[in-house]
Design a protein around this ligand. Structure first.
Ligand SMILES: NC(=O)c1ccc[n+]([C@@H]2O[C@H](COP(=O)([O-])OP(=O)(O)OC[C@H]3O[C@@H](n4cnc5c(N)ncnc54)[C@H](O)[C@@H]3O)[C@@H](O)[C@H]2O)c1
Length: 254
């Protein structure tokens, strides 16, 4: 029987994959035999990660672009298709925070977070979809958050973007399902990365996570890899439009 979870030799594009969860997804997919496309805004950082994965025996290719630069996105998707091969899966991982109380939040910080976390996903997915549609095959995995379900103070822009991304996932699944493309999301709980460094270093927040999360600890980035491989593989071919929360049980206990 074939390995239902195989991603061997598949081209997987992961946005924002030079650090944090994106890097972990990239290393996980590469270890599983996929050809991973590394992305970030800094060409040097992208090159370093490509070298690191190749040195470890994986297949990696680098394309530096800002996910909000639509002309670059379109051009890069075409180049990846031509130079690396048909994109099997797109992981929309790039994301940012700009924290401020709602009353004081500047319009710029509001719209930048919506642009990076939500608008960019619409555009790159549309570009990739046009190729997947011709092949009648593909997987899109959007990285949302617990904040698609539950708000916290000072991150209204992020909550709105991730809540929107949850519904964009359902919309893509609904419209693109007929082309045999499955679109799902992963909603990470609290994971230790640069994005959450401030929270990890805040003793009150750290304690709050450890007491509220039923597993009593932060997540480790590598603990998301299995879910991503599942959603990129044949094992999930009839799973479409869902968000899988990988959160140590936090939502279950709310
Ligand atoms: N860390 C967590 O606990 C957590 C929890 C829930 C959701 N998430 C989500 O997971 C994803 C990754 O988060 P992380 O913790 O690894 O963050 P991170 O800050 O460590 O990494 C984010 C990556 O995105 C890249 N990026 C940002 N803006 C970009 C742009 N315009 N174009 C291209 N790349 C860009 C950065 O260069 C970086 O590589 C984000 O979407 C985040 O919202 C993280």
């Amino acid at each position: 029987m074939k390995n239902l979870f195989s991603v061997k030799d598949k081209v997987i594009v992961i946005t924002g994959s030079t650090q944090g969860l994106g890097l972990s997804f990239a290393e996980g997919f590469a270890t599983a035999g996929a050809s991973v496309v590394i992305n970030g805004r800094d060409q040097n950082k992208v090159n370093q990660i490509v070298d690191k994965i190749r040195t470890a025996g994986g297949a990696a290719f680098g394309y530096a672009f800002d996910v909000c630069d639509r002309a670059k996105v379109e051009e890069s998707v075409q180049k990846i298709e031509d130079e690396v091969g048909p994109i099997h899966a797109l992981v929309n991982n790039a994301g940012i925070h700009r924290r401020a109380p709602l009353e004081e939040l500047s319009y710029e910080d509001w719209s930048t977070v919506i642009d990076v976390n939500l608008n960019s996903v619409f555009y790159i997915s549309q570009c990739v979809f046009r190729h997947m549609k011709n092949r009648n095959h593909g997987k899109i995995i959007n990285i949302t958050s617990l904040n698609a379900e539950a708000a916290r103070p000072t991150i209204s822009n992020y909550c709105a973007a991730k809540g929107g991304l949850k519904m964009l996932t359902k919309s893509m699944a609904t419209e693109w399902g007929p082309h045999n493309i499955q679109v799902n999301a992963i909603g990470p709980g609290y994971f230790m990365t640069d994005l959450t460094k401030k929270l990890v270093n805040d003793p009150n927040f750290d304690q709050w996570v450890k007491s509220e999360v039923p597993l009593n600890r932060w997540g480790k980035p590598e603990e998301l890899i299995g879910t991503a491989i599942y959603l990129a593989s044949d094992a999930s071919n009839y799973v479409n439009g869902h968000t899988i929360y990988v959160d140590g049980g936090w939502q279950a206990s709310l």
